[in-house]
Design a protein around this ligand. Structure first.
Ligand code: GDP
Ligand code: IMO
Ligand code: MG
Length: 425
């Protein structure tokens, strides 16, 4: 029997999880998403073509692998339909290897409208939500009002739908926000028929049975630890548990069944949307990272805020998740910077802090350690021993500070741009 490995983001999302899951899929039988929804945008690239997935696990491009959408995920049928259509157009047959949990919650058109109404009402303090209806859907889940995938086949589905929609309409009156769910219903209900044509399963039973049969499962996280509803920079977070524990609740697997915890982080930091970001570079350095790293949102196209690697935040994420292996991505983007900076702590009100304080609104001045950069373009390197010395120093320093080995180095968006340090083999 193999334990379930969990791959997740250690920063504010967009760490390159999709690419890494695609690279690791050949080693697994099942890839399972456990939380989040269409707010996620996971990119992967092969044969010069880039694919972006929102709801579907990133194992979908490998035949014979099962892709499971777990109970912790929230699904917008319209987005799911769009994704499956795009896959079919390129010859992938998603119906054959996707299964959906009956307990996953549905995003209704009125959830999306509520998301927009809530964000609009917040003005300057808005979260910068992707406006996919994530917050309102998870609110209905915990408020015990939600509609689940399994409800689609129940005789009172339409009744339940209308009841919830009417409730949302009352809330929308309080916001004085004008948009009608009916504008989106035709497309939504036809997408519901698409979901109905997929295998809807009791996924907690299925996954535990597969584990017992000796199958290898990789749980794929969405967003990142610093966007977690409990441990992220609240309220500038998403509405689910993005951390390792979320894999247990979002799939129905016991904590004792968790194996390796693979933490993905960028060689620098990015954040899209509002909220604190101590090492942000609102200057030429940040602009250079954005342009060299093509830092524009995979879901919304928004420019991502960019800054230096934040070690206290990374250590925090490692602690919360129990990370056993680190995976660094986008280190190629730092090529050509003469000096690299790594934040090792913060100064606030005359004090030195080694972790993010509760009051995330307080101004933090990062304390930086400077390191010499590398000038060579590393994006074509496929052997660890050919990496520049300065590059290896950067990795060694991170390993020493965190106490966790870096086992994969990603040097480009393509599947093939992946290097394994000798110790990881
Ligand atoms: P995810 O949400 O964690 O899956 O990450 P996204 O796909 O939203 O964002 C990562 C972006 O960086 C995508 O455009 C990827 O194609 C790209 N990417 C992933 N790994 C690397 C890397 O090592 N180097 C470079 N230059 N780009 C990468
Ligand atoms: P992946 O899986 C980066 C951010 C939004 C916003 C906040 C709340 O691609 O890494 P929400 O739509 O959840 O209400 O937005 O969280 N956010 C992400 N940022 N990557 C993501 O997913 C994100 N999903 C949500 O920008 O600040
Ligand atoms: Mg993304």
């Amino acid at each position: 029997m193999h334990k379930v490995d969990v791959l997740l983001g250690l920063q504010w999302g967009d760490e390159g999880k999709g690419k890494i899951v695609d690279v690791l899929t050949p080693d697994y039988d099942v890839i399972a998403r456990f939380q989040g929804g269409p707010n996620a945008g996971h990119s992967l690239e092969f044969n010069q073509v880039k694919h972006v997935l929102h709801t579907i696990p990133s194992g979908i491009f490998h035949k014979e692998k099962l892709n499971l959408i777990g109970n912790g995920v929230v699904i917008d049928p319209v987005v799911f339909h769009r994704e499956t259509k795009a896959l079919e157009e390129m010859g992938v047959l998603p119906r054959e290897n996707i299964v959906i949990s009956k307990k996953a919650h549905l995003i209704l058109p009125s959830h999306r409208i509520l998301d927009a109404a809530s964000e609009t009402s917040k003005g300057e303090t808005r979260i910068g939500s992707t406006l996919k209806g994530i917050g309102p859907t998870y609110m209905d889940k915990t408020g015990r009002n939600g509609l689940r995938v399994g409800d689609i086949i129940m005789p009172d589905f339409i009744e339940k739908y209308n009841y919830l929609k009417d409730k949302h309409r009352e809330i929308l009156k309080l916001y004085d926000y004008h948009d009608e769910p009916e504008n989106y219903e035709e497309e939504w209900f036809s997408a519901i028929e698409v979901i109905r044509s997929y295998q809807m399963v009791d996924s907690e039973h299925l996954i535990n049975r597969l584990i017992k049969e000796g199958k290898k499962v990789l749980a794929e996280g969405a967003q990142g630890t610093l966007l977690d509803i409990d441990f992220g920079s609240y309220p500038y977070v998403t509405s689910s548990n993005t951390i390792c524990a979320g894999a247990c609740t979002g799939l129905g697997i016991a904590p004792s069944m968790i194996g390796e915890v693979l933490g993905v982080f960028k060689a620098y930091c990015t954040r899209v949307g509002g909220g604190p970001f101590p090492t942000e570079q609102e200057n030429e350095t940040g602009a250079r990272m954005r342009s060299q790293g093509n830092e524009f949102g995979s879901t919304t196209g928004r420019p991502r805020r960019c800054g230096w690697l934040d070690l206290p935040a990374l250590k925090y994420s490692i602690m919360i998740n129990g990370v056993t292996r680190l995976i660094i991505t986008k280190a190629d983007v730092l090529s050509g910077f003469d000096t690299l900076k790594i934040c090792t702590g913060y100064k606030s009100k005359g004090e030195v802090l080694d972790s993010l304080p509760f009051d995330t609104a307080q101004l933090l001045e990062p304390i930086y350690r400077e390191m010499k950069g590398w000038s060579d373009d590393v994006s074509k390197i496929n052997d660890y021993t050919r990496l520049p010395g300065e590059f290896i120093n950067y990795i060694d320093y991170i390993e020493k500070e965190t106490g966790v080995p870096v086992t994969i180095i990603s040097l480009g968006p393509d599947r093939t741009a992946t290097v394994y340090p000798p110790s990881s083999r």
